[in-house]
Design a protein around this ligand. Structure first.
Ligand code: ATP
Ligand code: MG
Ligand code: FE
Length: 341
């Protein structure tokens, strides 16, 4: 079967055609960096308006690239949340309209499920259950992935998400927008031992995350002016790595049934983080799976793939589904503060 995937929950507009046998027939991503750069962050209304303009032509492009007609698609998968609600609505309504027009089922996808299952698109060997570190712009969670639609949240951030910390530090250091890749580039030129930043929650008994204090420490150090921004970036990144590794190690202890350690979400494209997680998995005798960078940051192939997984299980056809700004993957997740839901 062939699934058309649509993604519009943040500032990338994306469409992709993915087959249930893991072939990616075509995919396109249109970023909006230029539109948001003057504001130093994503402006929700600008994002929503851009999705309106870009999504339909993007769908035509992927159909043409694959040499297919819309009626040859078996289902339409669209992100239904969580994310910036205006953008989510654009993609979801487009998906519903295509579903109506073609008579093919709509599959409403949780964007986080898209990230969570994305490694299985490129790693056929990856089975359930696995421990997933989902680190993105809005989330930092450790999830036990027991199956499609079966997620247990073992940990979350009590304040900022990991990607959010990268973005804020980029702003503090004047490295521009988007922040994650800029901080990583600067860090490569710096000394990670230059500044002894705090490692919030490291050593604590529950595997939660916290990055707000670390970000504030970077702000204070930047204002003090004793270090160059390369050293600040490298020291910050090392602190994040140490937090992620310590917390993930603890979660692995709580999940002895895990068959692999997996990382996904935009932050997973960071090479220092990938290397450290790989070493942790090695030490625990587990395979380490990290999708290629393009599949870590927002894209529609992961949405189409989550649709393909659901299509195979008959989980689809929700024409009346709502768009959701917040939508935890684990319905039993304990209430979290701040951005941690
Ligand atoms: P969510 O998935 O939680 O809804 P999102 O969709 O905005 O949020 P993603 O696109 O998955 O997030 O990831 C974007 C985030 O990843 C940004 O915060 C960005 O700074 C961060 N990021 C991207 N590349 C890197 C990198 N090389 N190093 C660190 N962080 C990175
Ligand atoms: Mg983005
Ligand atoms: Fe995302």
């Amino acid at each position: 079967a062939i699934i058309l995937g649509l993604e519009s929950s943040c500032d990338e507009t994306a469409a992709a055609l993915v087959a249930t046998d893991r072939r990616i027939l075509a995919q396109r991503i249109a970023g909006q960096e230029e539109a948001h750069r003057p504001f130093g962050g994503v402006v929700p209304e600008i994002a929503a308006r851009a999705h309106v303009e870009v999504l339909a032509p993007l769908i035509s492009q992927v159909m043409n690239e694959a040499g297919m007609q819309l009626d040859q698609v078996d289902a339409i998968a669209a992100t239904a949340g969580p994310g910036l609600i205006g953008g989510v609505m654009v993609g979801l309504v487009t998906g519903k309209a295509l579903s109506l027009a073609t008579g093919k089922p709509l599959i409403a996808i949780n964007h986080l499920e898209g990230h969570a299952l994305s490694p299985r698109l490129v790693e056929p060997e990856l089975g359930f259950p696995y421990l997933l570190l989902l680190a993105s712009g809005g989330h930092c969670q450790l999830l036990a992935v027991d199956g499609v639609g079966c997620y247990r949240r073992l940990a979350t951030t009590i304040d900022d998400a990991a990607g959010e910390a990268f973005d804020k530090v980029a702003k503090i250091l004047g490295l521009g927008f988007p922040g994650g890749p800029a901080v990583e580039r600067a860090a490569r030129q710096g000394d990670s031992r230059a500044v002894a930043f705090p490692r919030p929650l490291v050593g604590s008994g529950e595997p939660h995350f916290s990055f707000a204090g670390l970000k504030s420490a970077v702000l204070r150090a930047a204002e003090a002016g004793a270090h160059g921004r390369e050293d600040l970036a490298a020291s910050f990144q090392q602190a994040v790595v140490d937090c992620l590794i310590d917390r993930t190690r603890l979660a692995l202890e709580a999940m002895p049934e895990a068959t692999a350690l997996v990382v996904a979400g935009g932050v997973a494209s960071n090479q220092a983080i990938r290397t450290a997680l790989g070493a942790l998995a090695d030490a625990q005798g587990l395979p380490f799976i990290a999708p290629p960078g393009w599949l870590c940051t927002d894209n529609a192939a992961m949405i189409a793939w989550a649709g393909a997984e659901r299509f195979g299980l008959g989980l689809m056809g929700e024409a009346d589904v709502a768009a959701r700004a917040r939508w935890p993957l684990d319905p039993d997740a304990p209430p979290a503060r701040g951005a941690g839901v």
